[in-house]
Design a protein around this ligand. Structure first.
Ligand SMILES: CC(C)(COP(=O)(O)OP(=O)(O)OC[C@H]1O[C@@H](n2cnc3c(N)ncnc32)[C@H](O)[C@@H]1OP(=O)(O)O)[C@@H](O)C(=O)NCCC(=O)NCCS
Length: 295
């Protein structure tokens, strides 16, 4: 048997990478005994399809950012990353359980980071795996704890909400401006993918501008706003439109986004902590809720 080689990812690798990432994160959930959300379970078929579509998107926009490790037994691990403006972002990074802690991850991360060698800024959403955190720390990232809120929304707490409308492709320029203002880099081509996948709401008035992509169980996929009041208005809209009969989550809330904690508490959701937003050369974005992969 030959040792692992690191090579560029191709579209043919993506289905196996999807299976491997699900296996790794499921194993991690069980190993870390993660708290309340979501109960550890394999990815849904819809989630798997979205994962494949998103990874093929990265291979189109950033083929030089996506790497796999393999030997003659098959895929051992991979890292997918991309560059937007001057920010390098890591989307997914895994090594097969049982082979972790032997240096495969180091080689993969180095290959992916080479793609971002011209970037002043870096961003990724880290799991709580101590091996991942060691790698990110050694790569120069600062770790900012992520909170999440979970529960069934107390509908009597929802305030009257105005100045929020459905969004469309016509809002991309506004969204890219808000991205640059809050996180220092536009999402650019990622908005096409996000628009295809999620519902978009926009608030754009004399008092402020913002947008949010809304999901199902995780009610907010991504949110950016020019001020906290507009951000809170968008989050309340997401909670008001959420399922009434089962718990919802607001994930990826950093300490810089206390406005989101305030809204979640007012809606009588529970507050917990999970993972870290890892940043290099950039302050925690605010008012902002990041997507775990597109950030
Ligand atoms: C994160 C991950 C991709 C890293 O790959 P890997 O092959 O395990 O990484 P490496 O072996 O190159 O590096 C791990 C580092 O952690 C150290 N380490 C090993 N076990 C550790 C532990 N229990 N606690 C802390 N550090 C540990 C290793 O010694 C190594 O550090 P070193 O290079 O200074 O010696 C892999 O562990 C993984 O898939 N984890 C589960 C999924 C995950 O969390 N992915 C990241 C999502 S953000």
């Amino acid at each position: 048997m030959t040792g692992p080689i690191i090579r560029a990812m191709t579209p043919a690798d993506v289905p196996a990478a999807e299976r491997l990432s699900d296996e790794c994160f499921h194993e991690l959930d069980l190993r870390m005994n993660r708290p309340a959300w979501p109960p550890p379970e394999p990815r849904s078929s819809g989630g798997a399809e979205r994962w494949v579509e998103r990874t093929l998107h990265f291979l189109t926009t950033d083929p030089g950012g996506c790497w796999v490790a393999e030997d003659d037994t098959g895929l051992l691990g991979f890292a997918t990353s991309f560059v937007r403006d001057t920010t390098w972002c890591l989307a997914t990074y895994v090594v097969r359980p049982g082979l972790q802690g032997r240096g495969i991850g180091k080689a993969l991360l180095e290959a992916a980071m080479h793609h971002g060698r011209g970037c002043l800024h870096g961003m990724l959403s880290a799991s709580a795996d101590p091996k991942a955190l060691r790698r990110y720390h050694l790569a120069g990232f600062e770790l900012h704890p992520q909170m999440f809120l979970t529960g069934v929304v107390d509908r009597s707490a929802i305030p009257a909400i105005d100045k929020v409308r459905e969004g469309s492709a016509g809002d991309v320029e506004l969204m890219n401006s808000l991205d640059r203002r809050t996180r220092g880099a536009a999402h650019g081509p990622d908005h096409e993918l996000l628009l295809r996948t999620w519902r978009l709401i926009v608030s754009d008035s004399s008092t402020g501008s913002g947008y949010a992509y809304l999901g199902d169980r995780n009610v907010v996929i991504l949110l950016a706003a020019s001020n906290r009041r507009t951000a809170a208005r968008l989050l309340w809209t997401a909670l008001a439109d959420a399922s009434t009969d089962r718990p919802v989550n607001v994930v990826h809330v950093t300490a810089a986004n206390q406005w989101a904690v305030q809204v979640g508490m007012a809606a009588r959701l529970e507050l917990h902590q999970d993972g870290y937003l890892a940043l290099r050369g950039v302050k925690p974005p605010a008012p902002y809720i990041h997507d775990g992969a597109l950030l």
